[in-house]
Write a protein that binds this ligand. Structure first.
Ligand code: URA
Length: 192
């Protein structure tokens, strides 16, 4: 366990724990406020993220930012966004179980330093890894699960919403529930 955020970031950027390091352009460590009380976790970088070194910067990311803004959340201010795997799986395939296992220690260390009160899992892969292996994302999105004193909510992946825009209203409801939960817990969420 590394107890300093910047040291953690620097050593993650040099990681060679799995084969994804051979094809990556950038390690995508995460973005946001390292004091955030709400952590978003995606699956892994896509092409744009790999090239820019930041999570959710493609079309899915723009949609995510819109949903966030509608509930007064902002990746530059009051949340943190990371992924299960920090390097892009070739051709955007799902990260393999062994790649997830090799990488998850970085996320665990990020979690230990952030100590978030709420984790939002973006999509099936993150939900299954973080919440439970038999998660049914289409049925169980928007539900808060408690694990070790942390609330975890799965929601639909932004890329899935781009493919299936009829699911957008249901996903947006999840963001409204998230906002309600933040207010209910009285979390001190910076707006500036
Ligand atoms: N999809 C993800 O799950 N994470 C990203 O960072 C980008 C796309």
């Amino acid at each position: 366990m590394i107890d300093n955020w910047e040291t953690l970031r620097e050593s993650c950027l040099e990681c060679r724990k799995c084969g994804l390091c051979e094809t990556r352009h950038n390690v995508v460590f995460g973005v946001g406020n390292p004091q955030a009380k709400v952590l978003f976790v995606g699956e892994g970088p896509g092409e744009n993220e790999d090239l820019q070194g930041e999570p959710f910067v493609g079309r899915g990311g723009q949609l995510l930012d819109k949903f966030l803004a509608a509930v007064d959340l902002d990746r530059k201010k009051n949340i943190y966004i990371a992924n299960i795997v920090k390097c892009r799986p070739p051709k955007n395939r799902d990260p393999l179980p062994e790649e997830q296992e090799a990488c998850i220690g970085w996320l665990r260390n990020q979690f230990a330093l952030l100590r978030p009160k709420i984790i939002v899992c973006l999509g099936r892969v993150a939900g299954m890894k973080m919440i439970k292996p038999d998660l049914k994302i289409t049925k169980e999105h928007g539900i808060f699960f408690e694990k070790g004193g942390v609330l975890m909510m799965p929601t639909l992946h932004p890329a899935a919403l781009l493919r299936n825009s009829n699911q957008k209203p249901a996903a947006f409801e999840d963001f409204l529930k998230l906002r309600e939960k933040i207010d209910e817990l009285g979390l001190d969420i910076a707006k500036e």
